[in-house]
Ligand binder design. Sequence first.
Ligand code: GCB
Length: 621
Amino acid sequence: MKIKSKNGTNKKFYPLIFSLFLLGGSFLTQNVTAREVDSDPTIQNVMGRETVSLDGQWGVIIDPYETGYYDYRYQPSENGYFKDQKVQKPSDLIEYNFDTGPTLNVPGDWNTQDDQLFLYEGTVWYKRTFNYLPNENERQFIYFGAANYEAHVYLNGELVGHHIGGFTPFNTEVTDHLNDGQNTLIVKVDNQRKREAVPTVNTDWWNYGGITRSVSLITVPDTFIEDYFIQLDPESSNTVKGWVQMNGSNRANQTLTIKIPEANIEKQFRTDEMGIAEVEFTADLEKWSTRNPKLYDVILEIPEETIEDQIGFRTIRQKDGEILLNGEPIFLRGICIHESRPFGGGRANNSADAEVLLGWVKEMNGNYVRLAHYPHNEHMVRMADKMGILVWSEVPVYWTIQFENPEVYANAERQMREMVDRDHNRASVILWSLANETPRSEARFTFLSNLAEAVRELDSTRLVTAALETQSRGEGVIGIHDPMEEVVDVIGVNSYCGWYGNMPPEQCSDLRWESDSNKPVILSEFGGGALQGYHGDENERWTEEFQDAVYESNLEMIDNISFVRGTSPWLLKDFRSPRRPLPRFQDFWNRKGVISDEGLKKKAFFTIQDWYEKKKQEWEE
Ligand code: GCB
């Protein structure tokens, strides 16, 4: 296992970026471009730290023309809405006011909170105030679980942070920007789709905008534990390996103690000049597994602070066509999930949502989920850790993005890094996915190969995958043939027999499959749609019977594919999509859920449940 600081190969540039932030207070003005305030390294385990929640009602201004950002010459304005100017005398002209306008709840997408915003794509400004009383030797960061898609963060009128990417966390140090007493935090969030964005303009899901995940003010000591990566070495079932990254003026030559009290572990390490302690020790630990999701309290101590996390220890590998969890072959009985609330629409964003969604997976006899098509909130992976559900996590490199564009690559790699950084201590997460259904080309191959290399540099303890497409190899034969097979560890393939294409559902079971590789294959998508409660003949589209027939036949087909080691049908729950307008049956919902938008199960749910019960017996799990 490679030891890397969280910025991977950028390790040596780290102090430079960091000091830019420390100095930030003295020179950041609106003239500083957003790019210069990117990249503050994100803090690990925010849920386990001292924080003040900034969730709740925020004042908002809907700004479709970005009048709060650009002046009438379309130049960035010195006096944008981020200044939160107030009328001082009756003759003053100020054409906005956060305090007398509408509010939105944070965390939450704006689309499902205000009818006016249901289809809105553009800028909304958010404002809230909070009180702060300073303490010597403490530092503060403002942390966002996610904001879709581009966020500019202003504190007391100054730009302090900027982030691109709708599904990963970011934080900004604000120690030198805070006032004693009242502070005003303003965030410009823009969810406009762009051709050169990741994802690009064309997706099959709703572009929910806003501050969709929690916001908090984190207080840390002057020198603190910024990040850590503590996992079992995949090659040895009793060696714990990893690193701990300190941040602050005393980061060099610090003593770090790691304790796992339940396993009688107490080990000391020292940080190097960069504040990194490399960690390695042997321990006799009960393994985390789907049957026994054992989590240990892991305590990290430096003189200035103590951090506690709950970590599971397991190995995941692939060999000779098998996926090996703790050295034992396993069949992944999964389902895909969009980050959509269990009852109704809108973004899921809390632990209760995660418990219901993953509870349904358990009820279905599942042991695995594919979190499509972007990183889901941290509650999901923490709940998966507790419930013993394995996870495929992916970045929104979806369909036809600009594979030739280096900026697009940099964006995708950054999102991948932020996803890995947040979840690299979660035992449940076993697969990092590079992409979904991307069209084959040389540029795409280079892009995805580089992304695979980058993710392996960051984390060599997990497997790399991608959802690829199949090809017909003549009458009745489906082939998997994609140059990406060489790059990934586990091959994902999406295939919609009986739904898309001309083949009626009942013929799918006769298809034969061939793979050019001896790597394990996951059927990462298959299925069809139904309107819950609509019944009829199994030849009639949109009936639960039609959807069920698609499943019956596909599951029979999969029973005959020798190299399949996992399935994640498309998908657990109906989700909103602008691509699905058909009145009465769709009404802008993708109906391929086996559970309706209201949380009601369709026939196919039980068909999968029975099949997974059978698989469970076969694989003795
Ligand atoms: C797919 C995509 C998924 C779509 C699904 C569908 O292949 O990967 O994002 O939502 O098909 O419903 O067509």
